[in-house]
Design a protein around this ligand. Structure first.
Ligand code: FES
Length: 121
């Protein structure tokens, strides 16, 4: 079972292979949305472009499904390691930061520590 390491929340969550990243986060009570997405999001249809996560590390070269057409169109001006969680399926363990557009204190330090700690396969 893959593990999703949510850096901002300091939480590791196991999920099944092929699980939708947004669904797993919401089931775990993890806040995915900034203000805009909290006020109104598309419910996972790939239309609101508010469910960003940044991918910070993995044990695998391809821990997630490939970019969807929606992501190709909508993430052109975003960092290359950002995904839309509703469009992303988990194939193997991965380290993510939710709401990467919203900074948090000592984020670099927490990301580095999350990447250094052993990540279950
Ligand atoms: S929830 Fe709207 S784009 Fe992901």
């Amino acid at each position: 079972m893959p593990t999703i390491r949510f850096v901002r929340e300091g939480k590791d969550v196991k999920c099944s292979i092929g699980a939708n990243l947004r669904d797993v986060a919401l089931q775990e009570g993890i806040e995915l949305y900034g203000l805009k997405g909290t006020l109104g999001n598309c419910g996972g249809c790939g239309q609101c472009i508010t469910c960003f996560v940044s991918i910070e590390g993995s044990n695998s070269p391809e821990p997630l499904s490939g970019l969807t057409e929606v992501e190709r169109a909508k993430l052109r001006r975003r960092p290359k390691h950002w995904r839309l969680s509703c469009q992303t399926l988990v194939k193997s363990s991965v380290i993510v930061v939710t709401r990467p557009q919203v900074s948090f204190q000592n984020s670099r330090k927490f990301i580095a520590a999350a990447c250094e700690a052993e990540l279950p396969e």
